[in-house]
Design a protein around this ligand. Sequence first.
Ligand code: DCP
Ligand code: CA
Ligand code: CA
Length: 348
Amino acid sequence: MAVIIHIDMDYFFAQVEERENPHFKGKPVVVGSDPKEGKGRGVVSTCNYEARKYGVKSGMPISKSYQLVPHAIFLPVNMNFYKKVSASVFKIIEGYTKKMEKVSLDEAYIDVTKEAGSFKKAKEKALKIKEEIFKKESLTCTAGVGENKMMAKIACEIGKPNGLKVILPSETKKILSSMDVAVIPGIGPKTKEKIKNYLKEKEVRIKDAKRIKKSELENLFGKRGKDFFYKFRGRDDSPVVENRKTKSVGREHTFAEDTKDAEKIMKTYKKLIASTLLSVRRKKLKIKGVVVTCRFEDFDTHTKQVSFKVGDYSEEDLYKKSLPLLLSFLTKNKKIRLIGFRSLVVES
Ligand code: DCP
Ligand code: CA
Ligand code: CA
């Protein structure tokens, strides 16, 4: 049996805004598009718990949220900043485990089966992570611990906000049975509606959904149906998949003398590609993009990059794909001191 922790930041974008503006604390904060005094046409990204008391929710039209709490603090989505905060948070979590899967800017699964071994140890680990995130980033999160990804996520939902909830394997079935089917990942409003109609009931809890046979679920939902059958029973075999780190492999060359000789530059460039590719193949890596660097005679240094589908590429492919980048440097009216070629790679 596995031991999985799911971490989800509380009211993430809004909490980051509160942290940056302590005088917002205690007031309703809505992050999203401009409400334009009720005429705005975008949606709410998220809001703090004060705003939730008025019924504001993620995804709601911003105009509706303005009707509900016109006196709220409305803020635009400062995505680049949230991304930075997210990276710092994940860095903290990574310090505790090798096996982490980020699933969005504010949530991740970690598989602690080997490292922690027991639910008790996993709970201690989750608490340490929560404490370190709070200490270093002044942000709260909720952690859920369960026997698989689904149960860890459900535990996290129960524990929100600023909670730590463990669902022991012996509790899994009982906890699930009285919950609404919509807690099952993959069951959205449409799927729920179909199940409701099939059972001819007004509301469907998981214990009701368990009356549907596997074959019936398969008829209703195809492959997903079988998945639902097991999930209603607390089973989920999906593994925690580490996010593949992008690394790069590259070469560079400094010319003996600064040059504008296109033929000479091209010849060197092709050699850099060939040598890089050799190294990529030796390490059995797959390529997902390239970066071209150029340093001019005055040491002014530029890089350009292009991404493409992860795969195996030939020297010729890489040359063709990256040539426009190199050419953009050659058209500058300056001599070149160094060129570099780098391929962005992932483990295959
Ligand atoms: N988000 C968004 N639009 C949505 C849902 C979410 O832009 N429809 C963004 C804003 C959230 C962040 O993603 O802050 C994380 O989403 P969550 O669903 O985890 O929600 P919150 O973190 O805001 O709240 P909770 O405390 O319920 O996790
Ligand atoms: Ca969240
Ligand atoms: Ca989330």
